[in-house]
Design a protein around this ligand. Structure first.
Ligand code: G6P
Length: 369
């Protein structure tokens, strides 16, 4: 097992550090040589129906559901197809409206999650085309779906998903660009920009990983906190949910992710001088709004840990702690912003003496409902 951990103390840390590689493996061979198109062989036979879909329904559980939420933002933005995101467990039991021209995309690391599998069978029985985004080759979900795309993240051992999540988001980004190209909502020029940006992600994650010891030092200050709030807008909202989930799963600290603007409808009542608030505040179209949210937290003496763009000085002057991430096209910022949050959870859990790779009560693959 020590050999499998490749010199890292835990599988989770190894898998966090593998992300530059696993993302590259996921897009390798799928970006055209002239960098203005995407090739996803697994979707080739179903592409006409996918491009004409009236609606796409993304389903998943846990971290895969968070990837789906980012997928909604990506596909709606780039391909202009309406997207709905569903928890597989809710979808399968609530008699959902499914039309034959809907396309359902199931997202699952293991390919074995019972609720996701049951949701796929339901969608198929109602005549929808069902695709899969899975990591484990030959698992049940790829066998049950009409077509799909594998994430090439490699085996993920840590129960809390890290590299599978970023690989799923990488695939969803490629699907959004591919659909956008075919639907002419993404110009050749934009496609080239996006594909170049996608190519830059691994090196940018390497840069974020260099902040590991800084993040460890921040973790030390908050290891005894009992609650955490995570806030983000736009692409950073699903990242806030995922950051909170990572902390809950492995450190057993209560954490909630919220759209930053919803803070005033509830969570703001919780803020006092003991409440760490992680705000994902990198530069994007909602930047100014997030700055105001940080001011609201500070006015109530909350402690702000902000994820900011490299070189940001405005938020540095307001937040208690900042962690920098490189700038990238807005649609891909989630892929970067999640990485420091994974590291923060890892260090906090470790300092609390928790079993980071096998947290209590959780399973890597939930094959019962
Ligand atoms: C479990 C795992 C999570 C995972 C979820 C969905 O809860 O602990 O890490 O996100 O199942 O699993 P899947 O294999 O379908 O992505």
């Amino acid at each position: 097992e020590e050999i499998e951990k490749g010199g890292f103390d835990h599988f989770m840390l190894k898998e966090i550090f593998e992300q530059p590689r696993s993302i590259k493996d996921t897009f390798r061979g799928r970006l055209s040589a002239d960098l203005n198109d995407i090739h996803l062989g697994g979707l080739y036979s179903v592409l006409p129906r996918l491009v004409e879909a009236k609606r796409i329904i993304l389903i998943g559980c846990g971290t895969s559901w968070h990837a789906a939420l980012l997928g909604e933002y990506l596909i709606e933005e780039l391909a202009r197809i309406p997207v709905e995101v569903e928890y597989a467990s809710e979808f399968r039991y609530r008699n959902p409206v499914i039309y034959p021209d809907d396309v359902v995309i199931a997202i699952s690391q293991s390919g074995e999650t019972a609720d996701t599998l049951a949701a796929i069978k339901l969608a198929k029985s109602r005549g929808a085309m069902v695709l899969g985004i899975c990591n484990v080759v030959g698992s049940s979900i790829p066998r049950e779906t009409h077509a799909g795309v594998y994430t090439h993240a490699g085996p993920e051992i840590g129960v809390a998903s890290t590299k599978a999540f970023t690989a799923q988001v990488t695939v969803l980004t490629m699907i959004a660009i591919l659909l956008g190209k075919h639907r002419k909502t993404v110009t050749n020029e934009l496609a080239t920009t996006l594909i170049n940006e996608l190519g830059s992600i691994p090196a940018k994650i390497e840069r974020i990983l260099e902040s590991n010891s800084k993040i460890e030092a921040i973790a030390r200050l908050f290891k005894d906190s009992t609650n955490f709030l995570y806030l983000g807008r736009g692409y950073f909202f699903p990242v806030a949910l995922e950051g909170a989930l990572k902390l809950k799963e492995i450190s057993y600290i209560h954490a909630e992710g919220y759209p930053a603007a919803e803070m005033k409808h509830g969570p703001i009542a919780l803020i006092d001088d003991k409440m760490p608030v992680v705000v994902i505040a990198a530069k994007d179209s909602s930047y100014d709004k997030v700055v105001s949210n940080i001011q609201e937290v500070k006015a109530r003496k909350g402690i702000v840990i902000a994820i900011v763009s490299e070189g940001d000085t405005t938020i540095k002057g307001m937040a208690d702690y900042t962690i920098e991430i490189p700038e990238v096209h807005e649609t891909m910022e989630g892929l970067l912003a999640v990485v420091p949050l994974q590291l923060l959870s890892y260090h906090i859990a470790l300092m609390r003496g928790c079993n980071v790779d096998q947290p209590r009560n959780l399973a890597k693959s939930v094959t019962v409902e």
